[in-house]
Design a protein around this ligand. Structure first.
Ligand code: ADP
Ligand code: TPW
Ligand code: MG
Length: 587
């Protein structure tokens, strides 16, 4: 766009340089909330052909950008206003960084001169300094001619090596700056090879193969880094050629179908405890895997690890890694496949049989519970209905958050295709649901099913308006058990306030969707639920199904109740201690 008048050199402003820099590098979708100083930027982005998704809260826009990064291997972009908007988006940027997903948070900021002298500007805050410790990289642009290089740096920082979140600070004044249009066009950078392949050293691959060949009870663990890598064919080839059982972490479910003969998903405890060599593929030995040690790993028996990761510092982070393989997953697995050659011998049949027997027994034990048609529903009954829908419609993008709602769904709902299960990630964040669902719909064009605890849903529930506004094919199922974990807690003081984990009884979340013109459905049994979800996914209409779950059915904190601190002391202070406090209060 130019403002040329006769005889004058055409000029371009910061707004348009930023837009062109993003477009040049393939950024198509912007997730954000408008306001000073970026309101016009959003309008112009839309005018210039970008898709601008305007949210009701920046954290949800940020969560959308984060999952867009996971799904596309390109940074998802979130656009916010200064100070409070920036801070709202920052939680999502930290979440993206924690999960190793590429994202860029672009926030407008106030007058530099006033902010730096702390003279009290509108929404004054030193955003760059605050963002820095919470993301992979943070940059500020002060001159219009630097916009091109700044965007290039931001994208490369987000996607190369271990992906993560990048903050880009845009002082309002920058957007209004003008420079010569031709100089401006020349200043933009189209990034060449933003995330270069990283080949493992040949000796590292040989070492890994030696360790793998020495195993009697090997196991492959697939993590969400493997899902992110989009190396689906190579992963399948490695798993099948090796014949080694594999355990998918939550968001790696579906890389190979959950009913694959080598899946050890339903024999998790056994394989962690018994395996002697574990090949980690894009998964960290963090809390989700008990840090690679302790009882769940069957100590004192010791496991030897082969670890494939793009981040060298991940090696030996919790336990010794016998064979570190640093590189991208596709290159590393290709090297292993080459090295395996034609006469690689598959694991001993006793091990394969033991894993299969355990898995089949667990699956058989669970099967009848998934048929439970009781009303109100328990988790297995309701999730049986969800599972049957996903089995028939494996292309569905499945979003999931909550405590019991999350943990039961992870084990009960099979995934059949890669990158279909999107959930709370490494931190177990509540509130990612609606942003995730929206980005899943926008980035893939596929129908989305979001299965949400009633508490989890509440963190981002206002985005049902956004879903209706953009007419997105999203079906939300709220597992309504009247609260967090269970809806049955009592106020221990005997007072009239409800207990901290309890919500309004029998709320009608379905009516929230109706308020904005979407479909609202109230389902009390699994048959109704299955029918309603099927119809919603087929119609593509924004739908919210309030699924009535027995408030007694859940467990405290789902599967991770053991992480709650407990006290060895019963109750509060003694009379003697209270007497001391009484005297202090009277002073
Ligand atoms: P999960 O929670 O599923 O166990 P994590 O998020 O803990 O997975 O681990 C993902 C790992 O994958 C990170 O250590 C990250 O560095 C790594 N990773 C991401 N992309 C790639 C890639 N393309 N190649 C190799 N490793 C990758
Ligand atoms: C940002 C703590 C973990 S799980 C949960 C909370 C509040 C809600 C569980 O209730 P829900 O599911 O969703 O109704 P269900 O089926 O068990 O009843 N704040 C943030 N993240 C987390 N993890 C919490 C609080 C939490
Ligand atoms: Mg609940």
């Amino acid at each position: 766009m130019s403002n040329a008048t006769s005889g004058e050199a055409a000029q371009i402003d910061g707004f348009h340089l930023l837009i062109e820099a993003l477009k040049l590098n393939g950024v198509e979708n912007i997730y954000g909330v408008p306001g000073i100083p970026i309101t016009d930027l959003g309008r112009m982005m839309q005018e210039e052909g970008m898709r601008v998704l305007s949210f009701r809260h920046e954290q949800n826009a940020g969560n959308a950008a984060a999952i867009a990064g996971f799904l596309t291997k390109k940074p998802g972009v979130c656009l916010t206003v200064s100070a409070p908007g920036f801070l709202n988006g920052l939680t999502a940027l930290a979440h993206a960084t924690t999960n190793c997903w590429p994202m860029i948070l672009i926030s407008g900021s106030s007058e530099r001169e006033i902010v730096d002298l702390m003279q009290g500007d509108y929404e004054e805050m030193d955003q760059l300094a605050i963002a820095k410790p919470l993301c992979k990289a943070a940059y500020r642009v002060l001159h219009a001619e630097d916009i091109g290089i700044a965007v290039a740096r931001a994208i490369r920082a987000a996607v190369s090596g271990r992906p993560g979140g990048v903050y880009l600070d845009i002082p309002g004044a920058l957007l209004g700056q003008v420079i010569d249009e031709i100089e401006g066009a020349k200043s933009l950078v189209k990034i060449i090879d933003p995330a270069p392949a990283q080949l493992p050293a040949p000796e590292a691959a040989s070492r890994a193969l030696e360790v793998i060949k020495s195993a009697k009870k090997p196991l492959i663990v697939l993590g969400k880094g493997a899902a992110y890598a989009q190396a689906d064919e190579v992963i399948k080839e490695f798993v099948e050629k090796s014949g080694i059982p594999y355990l998918p972490m939550s968001m790696a479910k579906g890389l190979l179908p959950d009913n694959h003969p080598q899946s050890a998903g339903a024999a998790r405890s056994l394989v962690l405890k018994e395996s002697d060599v574990v090949i980690m593929v894009g998964a960290r030995l963090n809390w989700l895997l008990s840090h690679g040690k302790g009882r769940s790993w069957g100590e004192p028996h010791s496991t030897r690890f082969v670890q494939i990761d793009i981040e060298p510092r991940e090696m030996d982070s919790n336990v010794e890694i016998a064979a570190p393989l640093v590189g991208d997953i596709e290159s590393c697995l290709s090297a292993l496949i080459d090295g395996m050659g034609e006469n690689f011998s598959q694991p001993p049949s006793e091990w394969i049989d033991a894993v299969r027997e355990k898995r089949d027994a667990n699956v058989a034990r669970m099967a009848p519970t998934l048929q439970n048609n009781a009303s109100p529903m328990n988790y297995a009954g309701a999730l049986g209905a969800i599972k049957r829908v996903i089995d028939k419609k494996p292309e569905t993008m499945f979003v999931n958050e909550g405590a019991n709602t999350l943990d039961f769904a992870r084990s009960m709902v099979d995934m059949h295709r890669p990158r279909k299960r999107l959930d709370v990630g490494t931190w177990g964040v509540m509130g990612v649901g609606m942003g995730t669902a929206i980005a899943a719909a926008v980035e893939t064009g596929l129908p989305v099913l979001a299965v949400e605890g009633d508490s989890a849903f509440g963190f981002s529930g206002m985005e049902v308006e956004t879903i209706c506004r953009y007419k997105l094919p999203i079906c939300i199922v709220v597992f309504n058990n009247n609260g967090i974990y269970r809806g049955t807690d009592q106020n221990r003081s005997g007072g009239t306030d409800p207990a901290p984990t309890v919500f309004v009884e029998d709320s009608r979340y379905d009516m929230m969707m109706q308020a904005f013109g979407g479909e609202g459905i109230y389902a009390t049994n699994p048959d109704e639920l299955q029918r309603a979800v099927t119809e919603a996914l087929e119609s593509g209409k924004p739908t919210l199904i309030n699924a009535v779950i027995d408030p007694k059915a859940g467990k405290e904190s789902g599967n991770i109740g053991s992480l709650n601190p407990t006290s060895a002391v019963d109750g509060g202070m003694s009379a003697e201690a209270l007497e001391i406090l009484k005297k202090k209060a009277a002073q």
